[in-house]
Structures are given as C-alpha cells and as structure tokens.
Design a protein around this ligand. Structure first.
Ligand code: BGC
Length: 724
C-alpha cells in the first residue's frame, strides 16, 4: 500500500479517461447500494454483493460512497480504487455529519439560539475531526436553509428565520469543517452548502413541497446564506428536491448556472440531493430517465447522488448531441479538483491510516456540554422562580422526558457513539442542593402517585415537548401544539398551586399558547445532545445562566405560520391600541408571535442606553459607527446578546419592518457596563430592488439596539445618495 503519491496533472488525467470513467466520476452512491431510500432509482440497486461493489469501483464507475464510516472498511475500498482501477483515482467518502458525528452537539436550530458563530465553528471543527478520524472526507452540511414555517420538519436543521444570523452561522460552520487552507489540512472535511435553494420555503411547511417564492424574497432571504457559505470556501453545493418558481431546483438553470456560476463564480461541485434528478420524472418535468439526465446536466448539475443517471444515459445523450463532451469534462474536472482539494491525490489514504480518534471524545464531549449550556432559551420566569434557591428542595420531575435518554440527540444523529446521554433526572439528581429530594415517576407509574408527588413538591418540573421523530426529514407536522396528555399533566401541575417549570424539548418553534398560562417558567431546551441532563440542571440551579435567544418566532397558533419578524409592512398595520377594524389582523388572535425572534431572558436584567451614531448620515461609500452602553442592572453575572436592527423607511420594494444587521454576545458582572459597537456600510442596506439590482437606496433608516426583535431604543440615519 503506497501511502503517498504525486499530485497528477488533472488535465492529463482527464484526457486519459474513457467516457465511462468520466461518468464514473459523476456517480456517487450511498454505501449500501441496496438502500430502500433509493426507491429503485439507483441502477446499482441490484448490487447487493460486496463483489459487485468492488467491481464497480475497480471499473472506475464510482466516484465515492456515503454514509459508511470506519478506517478499516473504507481503506479496503480505497485500496481497490487506487491500486486496482486503471487510473487509480481515489474515492471520496462522505456522510451526513450534521450536528456532530460520534459526539452529538445541539441541533443547528439550538446552536443558532446561542447566537455564537465561534461556537458554531468550534462544533463543526470538532465534528470534522471526528469524521476524519473515521475515514471521511466530505460532509453534507451545513444546511443553509432559511425556515419560516414551524410545520416544516427540517426546521431543526435550519438556523431559524433570519438571514443575517443564518449567514454568520453558515460561514462559521464552513470554516469549521474545512479550515481556511486551499488544500484541506488533515482533520478537515469538505463542506456542502445545502439545499440549493429555498428548500425551507416548502409551501404549507410540507417537506419537498414547492417553493412559491418571488425573486426578490429569494435573493434577499433564501440565497445569501449560500453565498456566505461559498465566500467562506464551501467546496460543494447540493441541489434541493423541490421546485422554485415551477422549475425543480436540480434542473434549474437560473439557480445552478445564472446565479451560482454566473453571478457568484462558483467553481466547485454541484451534487444532486438523494435521487432528486431522478425525481424530475415524478415532478412531471422530465419525460423519462434520459430526459432527466439531460435537463439536470444542462442546468448545471455535476454529480448524481444515488441515481446513476449520467452513467446510464450519458453515452446515448452524447451520441444524440443532447449534451456535449465539454459539459462532461467540465463536471469531471470540478470533481477531480475537489478530490485534489481534499488532499486525496497527494495521499489517497488520507484519514484512512490508523484511527486518530483517541482523545477526541473527551474534548468533543466537553464542547457538547458548553454548547448545551448556551443553547437553551428562557422565555418565561415569573416572579424570578429560576434559578432554584440554593436550599434543600423537594422537586417533582415529571413528563415524558424526565428520565428519557432516547430523545436527547434529535434527528440526524445516527452515527452517535453508543454510550447513552445523561437524562434530565440523572443531571438533576447530582446538582440539586444537598439535602434535596428528587422525585421522578417511572414510566407506567400510577397517575395518582404522580399527583401525590407533585402535591408534596416545593417545585414541579415538567419535561415536555417533542420526540426526535417529530422533526427531521419528511417529519412535517400540521399540528404544532403539545400533545393533549402533556397539557393535561401541565393542568394538574398548575392545579396544585406549586410553582411549575416547563422544559420544552423541540426541533421547531412550537405553539405553546395552551401551556403558557400553566407554567411559571419555561425553558426551551431543543435537542441538546448527550449532555442534556447536566446542562439543563446547571441552568435550573443557577450554576450557569440561560443566555440563548430565540432564532425563530414562537407562534400563538399554527394558523399564523409562516410567521417571521422581518415581514413586510402592509398598508393596514394593526395600530397600537385603538381600533383594529379593517386592519391586517385575525379576529381570533393577535397577529404577532407569542414570543418574538431574538427574545430570551437571563437571571439578571440588562439596561440599554440609547444608540449613539457617529454621524446622522452614512455616505454612499462610507461607514457608520454605532454604539450603545449595556449595563447589568441585576445582582448576578449574565450574558446578553445585543442586537442591532434597521428599517429602511421607503423602498422601491416594500421593506421589512425590521432587519437584524448585527449582534454581539457580551458577558457582564453585576453592575458592569460595556459599550457595544457596530459598523454599517451601504452593503448592509442592500436589497433586491425594483430595478432587479441588489443595491441600497438612499434615504431615511430607523435603527434599534436592543434585546430582541420587538424591543430596543431607536435612532435614525440617512443613507446619502452617491456623489454625482
Ligand atoms: C437529504 C440530504 C442528505 C441526503 C443524503 C437526503 O434525503 O435531503 O440532506 O444529505 O439525503 O443522506
């Protein structure tokens, strides 16, 4: 086994390739060829045997495999590719490393609640190290999907409803996975900006459903995160399943060629989502497999995931002149270049030497614990119930997740190591003040005993929410309330007259309006991973203070969704107080959320000073410096996420009522003050204008610095017109 070889001249390599070898470089498969998910789309479906798989690799018909890991198994496959195939082109090994690999971190939505790009970079970096130590070169992450509809199952994988926050997190995650070097350093893996584009705009929140979306909204809200990921160096892009403006994203020339290649200059690989090219037939967009292959390649797709369509249809399409060799060559060259970028020509056994996993687990677990403390959001804390007092307490912990360890990790955690995570019960039992009593009914306990335990308690903690199976791919829900049984339990707890804390595990913004009046304190805990128990216990007992903020508006009812803070102003906004007849409202609910984007409490109070601007106007090519003093007015230390919002008063397209343009996480001791500084330039004010240009427009802007999207003190400035 030769450990290293020279980087080949890629052009010479390309010219030595047969058509079949070229198409092989465009053919990527799930490692278990017979996967049920392929739904018969995969021509290699029949390849159930190890022998068939090896033959395909040996013949150069496979560019790489995904969702298989382990140095030994992968090295054997790589050996066949680089020692037994004619051109010895290494295979790429990929996996869905979404929120951790062997060590699970909080889901992306939870991590977004930490408003902490450095944390997102660190967890991606750690996940890359673990994945690389198990032989992988490529992850299908980060998800760059903006989400506005709480019914959508993959809300959990998104980073919420705001484009600015999403951009900062996706670029951080790309840097974490890939590092900053052109050729990836060992321990890094290639990233994928997915799902291009507007996958999160699925109508009615139903996964894979159409995205009916204006070009302005596409450019202002759904595309910038992809651009940010590419600017951070993302090597690959995955095309989405659904249609955008009636054209499937996987065969969408506007997205894949005009925008991605033309406007953004992307020169990496576009891979389809799982047989999304084959689904062009199901969409009624392609007549048959040949048509699907032609449409996808012509639109700008480089690589099939799972369908094998280019391999199967390429020769006939080429002979018929429906595609050209130049197109194939271009796609192959892109693939060869990412293999070079992954360091595979220099060392095809990269990441496949003896496992480097030793020592990683402990570091990863402590990072997971840190993230799990930063992600929860305290949305209610009546009469300062939390943190629990440091005196011996009788605590009743109940609800479906009190002792649960099966639903700590959330979706996309199938590579997690086998050691169980720590339940809320186990986390709390060691962390309550000495002399405390923690009563947690076992599943199946008599309801009367449960009631008796709650009645005897000083405080009742309800562990409520969703299971891991309630969110994730194809897990959309029409009803986003808590189950009736959980609400009954909350009513019983409330009826005891004892203080009630509700812990909400979830992968989406839930409708908590029925729970809200029944709980004195509510902590949104998302899916936090194996350190759930200790992290939540530290927050409840005040060893740590909650510091997360909602990355998504929590609705009052599913009937309000899509719901997002940065909506356009209508001609008939509901006035503050006063008559709301013939205004943009519901007759049965207020129009706004139950808890707004950006909202979250701490165990202390932060006072905001008025925003100070270094000038009342921003020159067209200038910079505006803005600052505000934030003071910790309470008696405990705490962290605050200071948020900067703007509103463009008049635009050639109606502008959002507010837009986040900056945030900073600060840490303050009691009575400490800091001055938080932001800078705005014209680029921050740009939008997709009525003349179809992405550019700012001169005029008056409002600005707020505050604790959430519905608060803050206001100031104003003017963007000056360019000098004539
Ligand atoms: C998902 C992708 C994922 C791919 C491979 C698809 O169903 O939409 O996000 O990367 O499967 O597992």
């Amino acid at each position: 086994m030769s450990a290293t070889s020279q980087s080949p001249d890629l052009a010479a390599l390309l010219s030595a390739m047969t058509l079949e070898e070229k198409l092989g470089q465009l053919s990527f498969y799930v490692a278990r060829f017979a996967s049920a998910g392929a739904q018969g789309a995969n021509p290699l479906d029949a390849m159930r045997g190890e022998g068939d798989r090896l033959d395909a690799i040996r013949a150069g018909r496979v560019t790489g495999l995904f969702n298989l890991y382990g140095v030994t198994a992968l090295r054997d496959l790589q050996r066949v590719a680089v020692e037994e195939s004619r051109l010895k082109i290494p295979l790429l090994f990929a996996a869905d490393v979404i929120h951790g690999f062997r060590t699970i971190f909080p889901i992306a939505l939870a991590e977004a609640a930490a408003f902490d790009p450095a944390l997102a970079e660190a967890t991606a970096r750690m996940a890359a190290e673990e994945a690389a130590a198990h032989g992988l070169h490529w992850t299908f992450a980060p998800a760059c999907d903006l989400a506005r509809d709480a019914r959508w199952g993959r809300y959990e994988e998104s980073s919420g409803e705001d484009v600015y926050l999403l951009c900062r997190l996706t670029e951080a995650r790309v840097r974490g996975f890939q590092g900053r070097d052109l050729v990836l350093a060992p321990g890094h893996i290639l990233a994928t900006a997915k799902h291009f584009a507007a996958y999160g705009a699925a109508e009615a929140g139903r996964d894979y459903n159409l995205a009916e979306i204006s070009r302005a909204t596409l450019h202002d809200h759904y595309l910038p995160s992809f651009r940010a990921a590419l600017a951070a160096g993302a090597a690959t892009v995955m095309s989405a399943f659904q249609t955008v403006d009636g054209i499937p994203a996987t065969a969408n020339p506007y997205l894949l060629t005009t925008v991605l290649r033309g406007q953004w200059g992307f020169d990496g690989v576009v891979v389809s989502d799982f047989a999304s090219d084959h689904e062009l037939i199901d969409h009624g967009f392609a007549e048959n497999r040949a048509d699907a292959a032609r449409l996808a390649l012509n639109a700008g797709l480089d690589m099939n995931m799972e369908s094998g369509l280019f391999m199967e249809q390429g020769p006939a399409l080429l002979a018929a002149g429906a595609i050209t060799m130049a197109q194939i060559d271009q796609a192959v060259m892109r693939v060869l270049r990412i293999k070079e970028r992954a360091g595979l020509f220099a060392d095809p056994y990269r990441h496949l030497h003896e496992s480097d996993a030793i020592g990683l687990a402990a570091r990863a677990r402590s990072l997971s614990a840190e993230a799990a403390r930063k992600a929860p959001v305290l949305i209610k804390n009546r009469t300062g119930l939390l943190p629990l007092p440091s005196v011996p307490l009788r605590v009743a912990l109940t609800g479906p997740f009190a002792r649960d360890t099966a639903h700590l990790n959330g979706p996309w955690s199938w590579f997690a190591d086998e050691s169980p995570g720590i339940s809320l019960y186990d986390g709390l039992k060691d962390r309550l003040p000495a002399g405390s009593d923690l009563i947690a009914p076992e599943p199946g306990d008599d309801p009367a005993a449960q009631m008796a335990a709650m009645k005897r308690a000083d405080v009742i903690i309800l562990a409520l929410g969703e299971t891991s199976h309630h969110s994730g791919e194809s897990r959309s829900r029409a009803d986003i309330t808590l189950p009736a049984g959980q609400l009954d339990l909350a009513r019983q707890a409330h009826a005891t007259g004892k203080p009630v804390v509700a812990l909400i595990r979830c992968g989406r913004p839930l409708d908590l309006s029925a729970l809200d009046p029944l709980a004195d304190a509510i902590l949104i805990t998302w899916f936090l991973g194996p350190e759930t128990g200790p992290a939540v216990a530290d927050l409840l007992t005040g060893k740590a203070a909650p510091s997360g903020k909602l990355p998504a508006s929590f609705p009052r009812a599913a009937g309000q969704v899509p719901l997002y803070y940065n909506h356009q102003m209508t001609g008939r906004p509901v006035p503050e107080g006063g008559d709301d007849q013939y205004k943009s409202r519901y007759i049965d609910l207020p129009p706004g959320p139950l808890y707004p984007f950006g909202f979250g409490l701490s165990y202390t109070e932060f006072a905001y000073g008025k925003p100070m601007l270094d000038s009342e106007s921003l020159a067209w090519d200038g910079e505006l410096r803005i600052s505000a003093t934030v003071t910790n007015d309470g008696a405990r230390a705490g962290e605050e996420i200071v948020q900067l919002y703007i509103r463009d008063r008049v635009g050639s397209r109606v502008r959002p009522v507010r837009e986040l343009k900056g945030f900073q996480r600060i840490k303050l001791r009691p009575r400490e003050s800091v001055t938080v500084r932001f800078t705005l330039t014209r680029a921050d004010l740009a939008f997709y204008r009525a003349d179809d240009r992405i550019e700012a427009e001169p005029g008056l802007f409002d600005l707020w610095i505050g604790p959430h999207s519905a608060g803050g003190l206001a100031a104003h400035f003017t963007l000056e017109a360019p000098a004539a």
